[in-house]
Design a protein around this ligand. Structure first.
Ligand SMILES: Cc1cc2nc3c(=O)[nH]c(=O)nc-3n(C[C@H](O)[C@H](O)[C@H](O)COP(=O)(O)OP(=O)(O)OC[C@H]3O[C@@H](n4cnc5c(N)ncnc54)[C@H](O)[C@@H]3O)c2cc1C
Length: 437
């Protein structure tokens, strides 16, 4: 059964059947006033899948089918036209018409760009050699899994979330299959330098080294070398180190896919620029997810994208009279998906002069916690080992709650700290309990 379409008769076209584009479809279908006609065009051959799970897929911890969000039949059942394996190449904004690389032309009333991003590539010689990979989609994961099955050595460039997950995936690929001897290059002096302080980064490094990962920090890649057959065979660093590599993975960051918007004459900076209703410089065109830029911010995690989806769905289904609340930037927390390693972090990695720093370390258990407070309010946390309290800390930080009352128990975990907060609320002269007494 199709949900009741709106009476507007509008044709909405969504470019990109990735995580943002698909989630938008689900959000539109959940609303009574969905646009009457929806077409989704995706460049990848497979219908939308959970990209986040590419890491456990590569590590052999998950089956490919488990990644699928919805199959093509589901789209058909919802009355949505799904075009896969075609890339939108041009947008004629005056005619409100787009063209794909297969020569298909399609008219739209409203257009959503959900084109995501692509891996950034460092400008070093040898990057185009066969055997050099990125880690972005199912095809990449397949290619990496095939390389890992052949065994040999791999070099992963980038010690952030994605690089670490790729390195661990290649090392232990397929559990029982061969896996690779993996070296990881990190330009900074520590792993995950955007999320972790030095102590947590060292704990992580020691754990991964113990598993057999060869980690090089402060590493400056100079070039990739080819063997006689023209295939990559080594990575050379600025200090002269030469690391054998049958396979190289580049994971140094992402670049928003803005080319389509740029060619169409939309306002583009690092991403396609949008306002708080995810509207581009053309009122008929919206953008969301990793391809967009809002007030100077671009995106690399799904949490803010989910909030963008809700705003845009509301906007696209609005009848014109109601006021739609705009998208507001909010902090995000980070987790690493490497099995056996638990870490949780948000906020600044380094304390500022007026931050109060609370930390706790249990070397035997491998636990570490460091909190940054300003005027009794939590602004940042790094948890390694026991991360159970992470979401509670994050909730307190988002709420801007004064944690003075539970300060003695703050490092002990959520239950103890919350109990003290509850006690303080009960004892407060303005609390209802006190008044009743
Ligand atoms: C291996 C991996 C692990 C990750 N782990 C996490 C995690 O643990 N937590 C987290 O929050 N985030 C994680 N991310 C990031 C998360 O996957 C992205 O933030 C999210 O996928 C962004 O959604 P998106 O729709 O903007 O982009 P995408 O999901 O990349 O979707 C964009 C789609 O648009 C298509 N497209 C591009 N141009 C065109 C065109 N011209 N015409 C038609 N189609 C086009 C692309 O092919 C793609 O399918 C991970 C990413 C990767 C690669």
């Amino acid at each position: 059964m199709h949900p009741t379409p709106s009476t507007t008769g509008e044709h909405l076209v969504i470019v990109g059947n990735g995580m943002a584009g698909h989630r938008l479809v689900e959000a539109l279908l959940a609303r009574p006033q969905r646009p009457a006609r929806i077409t989704v065009i995706g460049a990848e051959a497979a219908p939308a899948y959970n990209r986040i799970l590419l890491s456990p897929l590569l590590a052999g911890e998950m089956e490919r089918e488990a990644l699928t969000l919805r199959n093509a039949d589901w789209y058909a059942e919802q009355g949505i036209e799904l075009v896969l394996g075609e890339r939108v190449e041009t947008i004629d904004r005056a005619a409100r018409r787009l063209t794909t690389d297969a020569g298909r032309t399609l008219a739209y009333d409203r257009l959503v760009l959900a084109t995501g991003s692509q891996p950034a590539r460092p400008p070093v010689p040898g990057l185009d050699l066969p055997g050099v990979h990125v880690f972005r989609d199912l095809d990449d994961a397949d290619a990496l899994a095939r390389a890992a099955e052949r065994g040999g050595s791999a070099v992963v460039i980038g010690g952030g979330l994605l690089g670490l997950e790729a390195a661990e995936g290649l090392r232990k690929q397929g559990q029982g299959k061969r896996g690779m001897a993996v070296s990881l290059l990190q330009r900074d002096d520590r792993l995950m330098n955007r999320q972790l302080d030095v102590t947590a980064a060292r704990l992580l490094e020691n754990e991964l080294r113990g598993r057999g990962l060869d980690i090089h920090t402060d590493a400056e890649l100079e070039c990739l070398e080819a063997d006689e057959g023209g295939h990559v065979c080594a990575a050379r660093l600025a200090d002269g180190t030469r690391l054998a590599a049958d396979c190289v993975v580049v994971a140094i960051g992402i670049v928003p896919n803005t080319e389509l918007g740029r060619r169409a004459g939309l306002e583009v900076n690092r991403g396609v620029i949008v306002d708080e209703w995810l509207t581009t410089s053309d009122p008929a065109i919206h953008a969301l997810g990793e391809c967009c830029e809002h007030r100077g911010a671009t995106y690399g995690l799904v949490e803010p994208i989910w909030r963008q989806v809700e705003v845009l769905a509301e906007r696209l289904c609005a009848t014109g009279t109601e006021k739609v609340a705009g998208y507001v930037e909010a902090p995000t927390a980070t987790k690493l998906k490497v099995s056996g390693v638990a870490l949780y972090a948000f906020g600044p990695t380094e304390p500022e002069p007026d931050h109060e720093v609370l930390s706790y370390r249990d070397p035997q258990q491998g636990d570490y916690r460091r909190l940054l407070l300003r005027d009794g309010r939590l602004e940042g946390a790094v948890l390694y080992g026991d991360t159970a309290a992470g979401p509670w800390y994050f909730e307190q930080a988002l709420a801007g709650r004064d944690l003075g009352a539970c300060r003695p128990a703050l490092l002990l975990g959520a239950a103890d700290a919350q109990a003290l907060l509850d006690d303080a609320a009960t004892d407060s002269p303005t609390s209802p309990v006190k008044e009743a007494a």
